[in-house]
Structure formats: structure tokens, C-alpha cells
Design a protein around this ligand. Structure first.
Ligand code: PXL
Length: 279
């Protein structure tokens, strides 16, 4: 069985980061080791959340894994709470480097033109440096703009802008950039990707649902990471991750009393397994 490592916070309530990555990647039949970097009572869109920084626990955890000769087929990072945590992810990329390891960075920092509570432009720039050490990154338009120190375009962009933005993202140092939440046509939304080594631009679009939920970026990146580790090629993996995210949103809005803070990715797991060709 393949074994991967997911490094991000635990938001105890909120359906994001590790509470999303662990079940989704595990459902794909992949052993999922976790490295919780912070424990929050909820994600940061709630008011009054608690925040316990676990940074000091990370080095001894890494040392123990090295002593036990534990290896990973993939390492993925998501929301990180400090500059020091970014440095530690870089160290993990170096320490656990071996042939074929997929290093995946989701620079989870913001959405809709704004950074999440607690982040600033300097942090976004530092996250851009972490992206240089990854094999694949998947920012949204907000995260891409902040990492590059550019203006957030809102809805005012076209395909040419996205192609050039993807090239600038690869210019950070990562050979494969996936931009999420992209739309070139009313009613359709999806992702665009640029593979610098192949000079290849790919897109995948699905239905644009007129709603916006927290945690969809984490559902998408967990599904994309799992699909790639499970052996799907980039184009198919993008389709799997987009369609699974869309199905998770559909499941959520099918319940009139759905929560506001995350999507029902759990109810969409059978659809995810079909997209992976597992059932
Ligand atoms: O979904 C990204 C995310 C992860 N972790 C924490 C967050 C957020 C988004 O707000 O607050 C703690």
C-alpha cells in the first residue's frame, strides 16, 4: 500500500485541513500519515477560535520517523500557521526525499481576494518560496496573486491572463501549477494547469454552482493528491478532483439545513471511488 504524509492543522470543527485530507486520501486506499502543525477549535472563519501551536513537537516527530526508517510516496502540505512551520515543511521535503516522492503544496492562505485571518503579504511571499520546492502546487486566484505580489483580478480575467499567470507561478520554481476556481464561460467553473517540462496547458471544467463554501479547496487538493498517488494521469486526476468537489457541494446544498462552514464531502465518497475507478 502506498503511504503519504499530510502536513497541516487540525481544525477540530470546520471540515477542512486534516479532518478532510485524512478521510479522503484514506478512502482512495492510501495509507495516510498525518503531521498536525496546529490545533484550532474551529477554522478561522469562526469567531473566537483557540489556536495551539504544535511547531515544537515537529522536529522530534521527524527524528523519530527517521530512526524508524519511515518513508513516504507523497508529502503534501496545506494550511500552515507560521514562517517556522513553512521552514519545517521544507526540511521534511529534504529529509524524506527519495526517487518518485510527490511533493504537493496547497498554499492555503485565502480566497475571494483576501488572505485568511492571521496572514499577511510577507507570509504569502514566503509561501511562494515553499512552492519552489514542490513538484505540484494548487493555489486559487487569490493565493496566486498574493504569492506573486500581483493585484487580485476578481472576475476580470481571460484565458490569456490565466495561461500567463500559470507560467509566472511555475517561475516560482515548481514545474507544475494548477490554478483552482477558474471560469472562462458563464455557468462553467474548474481548473487550469501548466506543465512547464512539457510546455502543456490543460483545463477541466464542470458545472458552476452559484454557491461558495469554506473547505472546498481542501477537498479538491486532497482528492487531486490522492488521485495522482493512485496513479491517475494529470488530466484524469483533475477531472476526478473537480467532479468530486462539485458532488460534495451538491450533497451539501441538497439538505436545506446544511451547515455554513464546510461541505458534505463524506456523502460524496462513493462518487469519488467511482471517479477513481475503484468501484
Ligand atoms: O480550508 C483552509 C483552512 C485550513 N485551516 C484553517 C483555516 C482554513 C481556512 O480558513 O482557517 C485553520
Amino acid at each position: 500500500m502506498k503511504r503519504v504524509l499530510s502536513i497541516q492543522d487540525i481544525s477540530c470543527v470546520g471540515k477542512c485541513s486534516l479532518t478532510v485530507a485524512l478521510p479522503i486520501i484514506s478512502a482512495a486506499g492510501i495509507e495516510t500519515a498525518i503531521l498536525p502543525t496546529t490545533i484550532l477549535s474551529t477554522h478561522t472563519a469562526f469567531k473566537g477560535f483557540t489556536f495551539r501551536d504544535l511547531t515544537d513537537d515537529v522536529p522530534p516527530i521527524i527524528d523519530h520517523w527517521k530512526k524508524e526508517n519511515i518513508t513516504f510516496d507523497g508529502i503534501s502540505s496545506g494550511y500552515l500557521g507560521s514562517f517556522r512551520q513553512i521552514e519545517l515543511v521544507e526540511q521534511i521535503f529534504t529529509d524524506f526525499k527519495r526517487e518518485g516522492v510527490l511533493r504537493f503544496v496547497d498554499p492555503a492562505m485565502g480566497d475571494n481576494g483576501k488572505l485568511y485571518v492571521g496572514f499577511d503579504e510577507a507570509f504569502a511571499k514566503r509561501m511562494g518560496k515553499l512552492c519552489a520546492k514542490a513538484d505540484i502546487i494548487d493555489p486559487n486566484l487569490t493565493e496566486a496573486a498574493f504569492m506573486l505580489g500581483e493585484k487580485y483580478p476578481g472576475d476580470a480575467y481571460d484565458e490569456k491572463y490565466v495561461r500567463e499567470l500559470l507560467k509566472r507561478l511555475c517561475g516560482l520554481g515548481c514545474p507544475l501549477a494548477v490554478l483552482t476556481g477558474v471560469s472562462f464561460e458563464k455557468g462553467r467553473c474548474g481548473v487550469a494547469a501548466y506543465n512547464e517540462n512539457k510546455d502543456e496547458f490543460v483545463t477541466y471544467f464542470s458545472e458552476h454552482l452559484p454557491v461558495s463554501f469554506h473547505g472546498t479547496g481542501d477537498v479538491f487538493s486532497s482528492a487531486l493528491f490522492a488521485a495522482l498517488i493512485a496513479g491517475q494521469k494529470l488530466e484524469l486526476a483533475l477531472q476526478t478532483a473537480v467532479e468530486y468537489t462539485v458532488e460534495s457541494i451538491k450533497q451539501t446544498i441538497s439538505y436545506p439545513e446544511h451547515n455554513w462552514y464546510g461541505v458534505d464531502f463524506e456523502s460524496a465518497i462513493p462518487a469519488f471511488l467511482k471517479l477513481l475507478g475503484k468501484i
